[in-house]
Design a protein around this ligand. Structure first.
Ligand code: PBG
Length: 327
């Protein structure tokens, strides 16, 4: 064959690395950590092998394990002692995330990001305060504007405890602006906001909801999280968060939404984060357990694909394993 173009020329050992377009580093990764105020022992999370809910006393030890792998940042989720209709433990000075943050920041060098949401703290498991829907027969729905002050208080309480960055995940309209103003008014203008800007109403969150005990007790999250059918709407959501002062833009989940990651990368110059969620982790583990997939390879390939699509940072339950396996 008289072929001029032979792409295979660049696939041999030695040159392959030189022409590689994408790479993963431990510093790209953020490890989620679950801190549980209801237990004094580490409790394994069945649907997320290798992950645990740790008591506040173990939070520093857990974060040190993450740091040993080279991963430098954690995202904290809290399981509070008590839940109520308002989710008031979300902003308690002695709340689970606040307490864990104080200890982690005073005893380690980890960069601490905190999830700002109400669903682990409300007894109904929704991401905000409930109200009767506007139309007859709507039933209860989350009251967007009444939820904003709760998110403001929560974000400020995290920043006061030493959080390096806050990550509102509740998909309330106006939440980024409300939190930005509240942080600035309280003297935390240097604390960035990573907004869950395009967060879809996804069945891939299943294992997380068990882990964090945050499943809604009735209904679903369709009236605040995005419809998986929508792509253009994500641009609108992200643009609004940019206008409101978001510093980092997150797309969630990651693998089934790589088109959205790529769109956000193309349209905006902000750092883009993608959340490789609990269901994405659980399905690879389940297949590997059956001997159907090689876990280390598919984990690496998944994260590489998320970066290739345009993410700068990746939140992933594979953070420690992949960081350990990197050269
Ligand atoms: C809400 C929140 C959720 C996740 C992260 N933050 C659950 C939800 O929106 O229902 C899911 C993360 C995952 O599945 O890994 N606080």
């Amino acid at each position: 064959m008289d072929l001029t173009n032979r792409p295979r020329r660049l696939r041999g050992d030695g040159v392959r690395g030189l022409v590689s377009e994408t790479s993963l580093a431990p510093s790209d990764l953020i490890a989620p950590v679950f801190v549980d105020a209801t237990t004094d022992e580490r409790v394994p999370i069945e649907s997320m092998p290798g992950h645990e809910r740790v008591p506040v006393d173990e939070a520093v030890a857990r974060v040190e394990e993450v740091l040993e792998t080279g991963v430098e940042a954690v995202m904290l989720f809290g399981i509070p002692t008590e839940k109520d209709a308002e989710g008031s433990r979300a902003w308690a000075v002695d709340g689970v995330v606040q307490e864990a943050t104080r200890r982690i920041k005073s005893e380690t060098d980890a960069y601490v990001i905190t999830d700002v949401c109400m669903c682990e703290y409300t007894e109904h498991g929704h991401c905000g305060l409930l109200t009767e829907g506007a139309r007859e027969g709507d039933g209860l729905t989350v009251d967007n504007d009444a939820t904003l002050p709760a998110l403001e208080r929560t974000a400020v309480s995290h920043a006061r405890a030493g959080a390096d960055m806050v990550a509102p995940s509740g998909m309330m309209d106006g939440m980024v602006e409300a939190i930005r103003e509240a942080l600035d008014d309280d003297g935390h203008s240097e604390v960035p906001i990573m907004s869950y800007a395009a967060k879809y109403e996804s069945a891939f969150y299943g294992p997380f909801r068990d882990a964090a005990d945050g499943a809604p007790s009735f209904g679903d999250r369709r009236h605040y999280q995005m419809d998986p059918a929508n792509r253009r709407e994500a641009m609108r959501e992200v643009a609004l968060d940019v206008e409101q002062g978001a510093d980092v833009l997150m797309v969630k989940p990651a693998l089934p939404y790589l088109d959205i990651v790529a769109d956000v990368r193309r349209e905006f110059d902000h750092p883009v984060a993608a959340y490789n969620v609990s269901g994405e982790y659980a399905m690879l583990h389940a297949a590997a357990e059956k001997g159907w997939l090689d876990l280390e390879s598919v984990a690496h390939e998944s994260l590489l694909s998320i970066k290739r699509a345009g993410a700068d940072l990746i939140l992933t339950y594979f953070a420690e394993d992949v960081a350990r396996s990197l050269p």
